[in-house]
Design a protein. Structure first.
Length: 160
């Protein structure tokens, strides 16, 4: 009976060791094995992949602010300056240099920056882009995506 008990206890210990060995392994992935997964070449699906939205029909997505692509505007600084002068929106000071550096195309509007929407009378003279809003930031006119507040275009010194 002693041999059966010893064999049973040994079997239990061996099974626990096998069960716990992955838990005691180095979790950092700093071992000598091939951990990065880049050494395996992927096979198959060498044809065209199904991108899901391949049949878009007549949808116009060139000015869609959600796709992250910038739009091209048809307004020059001189035209915008002329509108600002005609509506009496001049005399604003430029932004401090540190904040002005953060006001760049493709970046979100810096937090805490003094921004105002363009007044309705001047807004009627500016081109309208669906999904975008015009803001007055310092003496600059800025076109920003409405939902994400990502800067698309900065027209400098319009309200100077």
């Amino acid at each position: 009976m002693n041999k059966k008990l010893t064999a049973g206890v040994s079997a239990v210990i061996v099974s626990f060791m096998m069960f716990l060995s992955p838990a005691m392994a180095d979790p950092g992935g700093n071992g000598k094995g091939h951990q990065d997964g880049n050494n395996h070449k992927q096979q198959g699906n060498k044809g065209k992949a199904n991108k899901g939205n391949s049949n878009k029909g007549n949808s116009d997505t060139k000015n869609n602010p959600s796709d992250g692509s910038p739009i091209s505007i048809t307004l020059s600084v001189d035209q915008a300056r002329g509108l600002a002068v005609s509506y009496g929106l001049t005399g604003y000071q430029s932004l401090p240099p540190g904040i002005a550096k953060n006001l760049a195309r493709g970046k979100p509007l810096p937090p805490g920056i003094a921004k105002k929407r363009v007044p309705a009378n001047m807004l009627s003279g500016l081109p309208h882009y669906s999904g975008y809003d015009w803001y007055m930031v310092g003496d600059d006119l800025v076109l920003v995506a409405a939902t994400t507040l990502i800067v698309n275009t900065v027209l400098h010194s319009v309200f100077n």
